[in-house]
Design a protein around this ligand. Structure first.
Ligand code: NAP
Length: 284
């Protein structure tokens, strides 16, 4: 039985990918932060697919101690992992100022970049034991609107200026850079990314936004595909042969990442910084 971890699998595309992989007989572990939502998602998937091997581990991805604890729990019950899908993301347009985590990191950066890095490092041993170990990192099509964007190493915590949308795209660029670095240097595990297009969101998740922002989301949803449709790409990369490229779009076509993501100097700098943040500080 193949095994997958999907972060944020209680909602949206992650949930649909979890369901599709469970339908294919995979053992699915959701890494979620809310017990009730995780329990409900697992129960629904188990009922709809008849696959009992669907479970969750609680984790707050913005908290590095919580990430380490979740991985320890996983390693206690499993000795191999086939696919890690870093799907969860923190993208809340109502946040006006950087929120710092207990680790002193800006929350979006912690959730969207540091957590995927730490999960990848901590689960590397288990992924290496699989014949087809693979990490799939989730990026955004919105990055094509910023073709010249560079990672601003001086503003990773929003200390100079902050906007949740800009920070999100900086995070997604960083995740691509990190993926390319790992793809080059990590042997025995395939590292890939998916460029998610506009996908319908569950409007109940946006109740706290202003009427204006809610309207924007409603308009956006007219030009969006369903989470099920997008999840098919997660499933194809996880289960089918022949996808050996780096970045795939919603039609499973290989596409190029932003030009700046391929610059090796920035990739190396980012990787070293993440190593320092996660392994040389006592509190993380
Ligand atoms: N939807 C789009 O149009 C779109 C476009 C481009 C890229 N993407 C990318 O596609 C991926 C999935 O998006 P989606 O729209 O399906 O997302 P979604 O429905 O908003 O779900 C996000 C998931 O991430 C989880 N999460 C957020 N912060 C977390 C934390 N600190 N710890 C644990 N879990 C956390 C959420 O948990 P809770 O339920 O507890 O909040 C939720 O399960 C994301 O990487 C997103 O950036 C989406």
């Amino acid at each position: 039985m193949k095994k997958v971890i999907i972060t944020g699998g209680n909602s949206g595309i992650g949930y649909q990918a979890a369901k599709q992989l469970a339908e294919k007989g995979w053992s699915v572990t959701l890494f979620c932060r809310r017990e009730e939502a995780a329990e409900q998602a697992c129960e629904e998937i188990r009922q709809q697919t008849g696959n009992r091997h669907v479970d969750y581990i609680l984790v707050d991805l913005s908290d590095m101690k919580s990430v380490r604890k979740a991985v320890e729990q996983y390693i206690q019950k499993e000795d191999v992992l086939d696919v890690l899908i870093n799907n969860a993301a923190d993208f809340d347009l109502s946040v006006k100022k950087p929120v710092l985590t207990k680790d002193g990191l800006e929350r979006q950066f912690a959730t969207n970049v540091v957590a995927p890095f730490l999960l990848s490092i901590l689960l590397k041993g288990l992924l290496e034991k699989s014949e087809s170990g693979r990490i799939i990192n989730i990026s955004s099509q919105g990055l094509v609107l910023y073709p010249f964007m560079r990672l601003d190493f001086e503003n990773l915590s929003g200390q100079k200026r902050y906007s949740p949308a800009k920070t999100y795209y900086q995070n997604k660029l960083a995740l691509l850079m990190l993926s390319l670095y790992m793809r080059k240097w990590w042997k025995g595990i395939k590292i890939q990314a998916i460029r998610v297009t506009n996908v319908k969101v569950d409007m109940r998740r946006y109740d706290h936004l202003s009427a204006f922002m809610k309207n924007l989301y409603k308009i956006k949803s007219k030009f969006s595909i369903s989470p099920e449709e997008m999840a098919k790409v997660y499933t194809a990369l996880s289960t089918e042969d022949g996808y050996d490229g780096f970045l795939y779009d919603e039609k499973c076509r290989e596409v190029k990442a932003n030009r700046t993501a391929y610059e090796e100097e920035g990739q190396t700098k980012l990787y070293s910084l993440l190593e320092q943040l996660t392994f040389s500080r006592d509190n993380l």
